[in-house]
Structure formats: structure tokens, C-alpha cells
Design a binder for this molecule. Structure first.
Ligand SMILES: Cc1cc2nc3c(=O)[nH]c(=O)nc-3n(C[C@H](O)[C@H](O)[C@H](O)COP(=O)(O)OP(=O)(O)OC[C@H]3O[C@@H](n4cnc5c(N)ncnc54)[C@H](O)[C@@H]3O)c2cc1C
Length: 364
């Protein structure tokens, strides 16, 4: 009797499991789907079932994304004219009413289940995937590393100072998936056979732990790019640049590019850190200050350690900016750092008379 019951239960379980597998296969088997880009400019054939973001990437079309498809950065917006299905709650926070009306969606959240019609800016077709080799890793601070990636294939990149690439991890340790994250170029665009990145370790962060603990000189890494609209506009006489932590990366690229091209802007670069152990590239920027009259470097510590023996500026970077900048007219501001730092700086700069359309930033 007991044996019959066990056998019956086992049979029912096996049958149910089989039905679930068949149902899953039928429900998730969307077959081949087409993605029509820019009304016939390109038509892709893809296998249904993946996100629009990864389906496009699989065909060499890279939509900007910093979070790797987690719906936390809101960068991968694409205008979908047909075939996307209803808006998901995960997308709602990133799309205002005008964008929703125009059909914008987060491409990481849209699953390709049928034929789609989308619109993307044509310049995205210039974004490429690159095979690179790490040729140098520098310990810049206790939690920030500088990397130099030699391009292998293709062997040159064209980018604007301030833009970023996506870096793809390989499985390591207990992390079985490959993810990608955004990192701004710290190098100058004329150095086009390599890119330099500055990566701050985020505790428990998947990509930064990969970079800090698994990557070694000589390793190959995949990147794609360039992405982003954080680059010089230059409709002004002077520039204010503000960075915190690894936010120094795109600002360094901008400053080097401007000096190298001999553009006449006066520049003041405010670099904020907590204590001396968080500052890096001090000598590098002091040397630029000595060599170029148009460039001023203002490093500042918010909580210098007594042992730091710090004689420079102290206070939050916003306080230092407020002390130094008298009048914002004729100036543009370029900011890069944590969302909190950017928000605080926006209000200080606006009080100094720099209007919102003259302030550009990348939040890390
Ligand atoms: C346009 C752009 C350019 C960027 N450029 C750079 C750059 O040049 N250098 C650089 O170091 N970073 C840069 N970032 C941030 C970078 O893309 C990653 O978000 C960051 O390195 C964390 O990735 P992770 O995989 O290690 O962490 P994840 O695994 O994604 O996150 C782990 C945990 O940490 C939290 N977290 C994520 N990011 C941060 C953070 N920055 N600070 C504190 N907590 C966080 C998450 O909420 C999560 O709980 C840039 C971001 C953007 C949007």
C-alpha cells in the first residue's frame, strides 16, 4: 500500500515536471523575430526570448548601459514603435510622460517576443566591441586602480574626451555570470591605440571586485564603446571642473585634450577627497599647473587626518567651490562623482549664476 502511494506520488511529480518543462519551452519559444531599425536602415533577424539590449548587442549594435541590464541606470532607452508590449513597473521610474508617449522603453527590460520596430540615433552604429589586453595596473589609492588597456582588435578607437566604455567581466570566483559596467576614459583621445580607466572598488561590487582582485597585467578584456554625451561644449571663456574619487577619470581626459589642442579656456579643476590617502594624481596635476598658465588645480580634503600634514584647501568640495568661484558668468561646469556630490554642486553653481544648460555631469 505504502509502496503504491509512493509510486503514484512520484509518477504525478514526474508528469507535472514534464508538463512544466514543455509549457516553458512552448511559452518561451518565440522563434525568429525581426528588429527593424530606423524604418528599414537595418533589419536584424534574432532568436526571440532575450532582452532587446542583448539581442542588439549580439548583432553588434551597442546601446549605452551602465548597470548591465538591471534597470538601475536608465541609460538604455530606445524608441520602440511596435512590438514592445506593455510598460513594466521596472521601467516606469526612468521614463517621463513625453518619453512614454513617444514610445521610449528601457531596452534591457523589453523582451523580444515578436517583430519589433525601433528608432536609435545613427551614431550608435559607430560603437564597436574591442578585444584588449591589460598592459598596466597602477595602485592609485587604497581602493582605486588605474588600468591601461592596449587595443588588440580593432586596434584603434575614436572617442571624445569625457566619454566612457563598457567593460565586460569574465566569470571569477563564485561569480558565474559575465556582467558589464561603464568606465570613463581617463586618457586623451589622441592616444588612440589604448584606453586608460580608473576603477574604484565598490564593496561587494561584481565588476570592481573582478578588476581589483581577478584581473592581472597580460589578461585580455572585452570592452565596447565609446558611449555618452559628457564631452566639451566649450561655448564659454572658462571652465570649472569638479571631481570626486574615480570621477577624476573623464575630467583628466577633458583637461589633457584641451591642453593638447591648445584651446584657450581658463580651467579650474576642483578635486575632492576625504583624506590624503584618497587623493591621487596630485603631482601630475600640479605639474600641469606649473606648465600651463590657463590651468589651476585645487585639491581639497573634507576630513584630513592630522598625520596628513595637509596645508591645502579643506572642507566639502562644494564649500571650496563656493569660496573660489565669484561669478559664474561666461563659464561652463563639468562635474563627475557620486550622485550626492553632483546634486550639492549643482545648487552651489547655480547660486553663482551658472545656468543648468551650462552644467554637464556624469553621475557614477
Ligand atoms: C557613465 C558612467 C561612467 C562611469 N565611470 C566610472 C569610472 O570611470 N570609474 C568607476 O570606478 N566607476 C564608474 N562608473 C560606475 C560603474 O559603472 C559601476 O557602477 C561601479 O564600478 C560599480 O560596479 P560593480 O559591478 O562593482 O558594483 P555592482 O555589483 O553593480 O553593485 C554592488 C552594490 O554596490 C552598490 N553600488 C553600485 N555602484 C556604486 C557606487 N559607485 N558607489 C557605491 N555603491 C555602489 C549597488 O547599489 C549594489 O548594492 C560609471 C558609471 C556611469 C553611469
Amino acid at each position: 500500500m505504502v509502496l503504491t502511494t509512493i509510486l503514484s506520488i512520484s509518477l504525478i511529480s514526474v508528469t507535472l515536471a514534464g508538463m512544466i518543462i514543455i509549457a516553458e519551452h512552448l511559452l518561451n519559444n518565440y522563434g525568429d523575430c525581426s528588429i527593424d531599425i530606423n524604418k528599414g536602415e537595418k533589419i536584424l533577424q534574432v532568436k526571440g526570448g532575450s532582452s532587446l539590449l542583448s539581442s542588439l548587442a549580439g548583432q553588434g549594435i551597442f546601446i549605452p548601459s551602465a548597470c548591465g541590464g538591471k534597470a538601475t541606470c536608465g541609460l538604455c532607452k530606445v524608441q520602440v514603435l511596435e512590438g514592445a508590449g506593455p510598460l513594466l513597473p521596472t521601467e516606469a521610474p526612468y521614463l517621463d510622460q513625453a518619453e512614454r508617449t513617444a514610445g521610449y522603453r528601457l531596452s534591457c527590460q523589453v523582451k523580444v517576443k515578436q517583430n519589433l520596430q525601433i528608432l536609435v540615433p545613427s551614431e550608435l552604429f559607430n560603437i564597436q566591441a574591442y578585444k584588449t589586453k591589460i598592459v598596466k595596473i597602477d595602485e592609485l589609492t587604497h581602493d582605486i586602480k588605474g588600468l591601461r588597456l592596449q587595443l588588440l582588435e580593432p586596434d584603434r578607437i575614436r572617442f571624445k574626451a569625457g566619454q566612457y566604455v563598457q567593460l565586460y567581466t569574465k566569470p571569477y570566483g563564485k561569480v558565474k555570470d559575465s556582467v558589464f559596467r561603464a568606465y570613463s576614459m581617463a586618457s586623451v583621445p589622441s592616444d588612440d591605440q589604448a584606453v586608460e580607466l580608473i576603477v574604484r572598488q565598490v564593496p561587494e561590487g561584481i565588476c570592481t571586485t573582478y578588476v581589483h582582485q581577478a584581473l592581472n597585467e597580460g589578461d585580455e578584456v572585452r570592452i565596447s564603446g565609446p558611449y555618452g554625451d559628457f564631452y566639451l561644449r566649450g561655448n564659454c571663456e572658462a571652465l570649472i571642473m569638479i571631481a570626486g574619487g574615480s570621477g577624476l577619470a573623464p575630467i583628466r581626459s577633458l583637461i589633457l585634450d584641451i591642453l593638447e589642442k591648445g584651446l584657450p579656456y581658463k580651467m579650474t579643476f576642483f578635486f575632492g577627497a576625504v583624506s590624503l590617502r584618497d587623493l591621487y594624481y596630485l603631482d601630475f596635476f600640479k605639474d600641469l599647473e606649473d606648465r600651463y598658465d590657463q590651468f589651476r588645480f585645487v585639491p581639497a580634503l573634507s576630513k584630513p587626518d592630522p598625520a596628513d600634514n595637509w596645508h591645502g584647501e579643506t572642507g566639502l568640495i562644494t564649500e571650496v567651490v563656493a569660496r573660489f568661484v565669484e561669478d559664474g558668468s561666461g563659464k561652463e561646469a563639468y562635474l563627475c562623482g557620486s550622485p550626492g556630490m553632483i546634486q550639492a554642486c549643482l545648487s552651489v553653481l547655480q547660486k553663482k549664476g551658472i545656468t543648468e544648460d551650462k552644467i554637464f555631469f556624469d553621475k557614477f
